[in-house]
Design a binder for this molecule. Structure first.
Ligand SMILES: [Zn+2]
Ligand SMILES: [Zn+2]
Length: 129
């Protein structure tokens, strides 16, 4: 029975994450999941996020802002972070992905396990103020 409950928790968390493009915090996910599963705790949400990350079903964006943000898209891609409002957007850059892949390939004696790139500045809304 415990396993069934865990599976349902995880499915709800994934559904919330995949249903938004805002790259939310664990706290945000917790509030959404709690509306459907009132007895869930924030600690449980964190534990499930860690498991989902381990299974490579989601990504954690550790350096974006003060709190970890989560991404329902597990494929490598780039983000733009607004320094003013903290919004996080996906950036479509096939060229960059190819380039970083090439760099990783050149580092043949290194065990490259991933890469991290981040664009930051002001989002269009903040830029007009
Ligand atoms: Zn902004
Ligand atoms: Zn993303």
């Amino acid at each position: 029975m415990v396993r069934t409950r865990n599976t349902r928790q995880r499915q709800l968390i994934i559904a919330e994450l995949r249903g938004t493009k805002s790259h939310p915090t664990a706290e945000w996910i917790y509030q959404r999941v709690k509306a459907k599963m009132p007895r869930i705790s924030l600690g449980t949400v964190y534990r499930n996020l860690a498991v989902l990350k381990e299974q490579k079903l989601i990504q954690e964006l550790p350096r974006v802002g003060s709190q970890s943000r989560y991404d329902g898209n597990p494929e490598p891609h780039y983000h733009f972070v607004c320094l003013n409002c903290g919004s996080v957007e996906d950036i479509e850059t096939p060229f960059m992905e190819k380039l970083t892949g090439e760099v990783a390939k050149k580092l043949t004696e290194h065990d490259v396990q991933g890469y991290f790139a981040e664009f930051f500045g002001l989002c269009p809304q903040c830029n007009t103020k």
